[in-house]
Design a protein around this ligand. Sequence first.
Ligand code: NAP
Ligand code: COA
Length: 287
Amino acid sequence: MIYDFSRPGRGCIAVDELLNFTDQHVFVAGGTSGINLGIAEGFAGAGAKLSVMSRSADKVDAAVATLARHGNAAAGFTADVRDFEAVSRVLAEAHERFGAIHVLVSGAAGNFPAAVLDMSSNAFRAVVDIDLVGTFHMLRAGFEFLQRPGARVINISAPQSCLPAPLQAHVCAAKAGVDMLTRVVALEWADAGVRVNSIIPGPVAGTEGMARLAPSQELLRAVEQSVPVKRLGTVEDIARAALVLASPLGDYINGAVLPVDGGWSLAGFAAVMQRLGSQLAVEGGAR
Ligand code: NAP
Ligand code: COA
């Protein structure tokens, strides 16, 4: 229970009432695996109708089957966030199916560890195009399908947005752009009644991102020890933050960039990437 500020003197309101998304339409770009699928499941469990989109039809089908187990409607779409026309088409189809979008999550991303001198122009551009331009596409094409007023947009950022790290120039540049896009769009869309925020997940267990940046048990343990609360995050940790941000509990949060990382962004990330660099050099694996 939580004190109900909207009804002074009338006591408390159940938190699960505030976190109830029944009949709301939640669209998650990149929502077919890892953290983004966890976020989609969080909203599905809270009663929402879900649309998820990514490139692989197999991943889309599997994600829809997972989401359907929560008992609410779920639909999947294939598109590459780099393709503005394809993204626009998918958003229109999702809108046709489930109505106006109440919560738009933009989380598609790509990452691989590589030093600047081991990266081609196309390699750098691939990540910037997916993470940053892709987020622009989701928001730019998504606006017309948002529930206005009232919609909430959540961009999935990363610690690299504010912490420089070796082997991560492409992601650092792209995610820094995502956070600035969040802030600018929060300003521009406030009048339309749309709130826009970023979540910065910390290192999350069992995800593709962690598999790429901490590919050995030794590195994984080093990451875990570098988190002030001494554990890796879970997809549920990130999903809970997304639910709060999108709920009436987050009504006055706009343009925020919220780390959900056990304090990891305060320290630790650069040291881990230095270690990965040494390991790749020893293995002769750096390209
Ligand atoms: P993941 O499982 O690989 O999720 C990425 C998702 O994006 C997948 O559904 C993927 O599906 C989709 N995707 C990739 N490129 C796409 C494109 N061009 N167009 C459309 N969809 C695309 O990775 P994750 O580790 O869970 O990361 C999810 C998000 O969290 C990312 O934004 C990442 O930067 C952020 N993050 C992760 C961590 C971590 O510890 N893992 C930490 C901080 C931030 P398809 O392959 O089917 O396209
Ligand atoms: N080191 C250096 N360059 C690399 C690389 C690496 N480890 N991996 C890929 N590249 C380069 C490729 O060589 C290519 O450059 P080139 O054309 O000059 O040769 C460029 O990056 C694009 O690669 P490509 O495989 O054609 O791109 P794609 O669009 O099919 O895939 C990626 C995008 C590379 C980001 C791919 O890893 C991906 O799809 N990732 C999604 C999943 C993911 O990263 N999850 C974690 C999220 S945190």
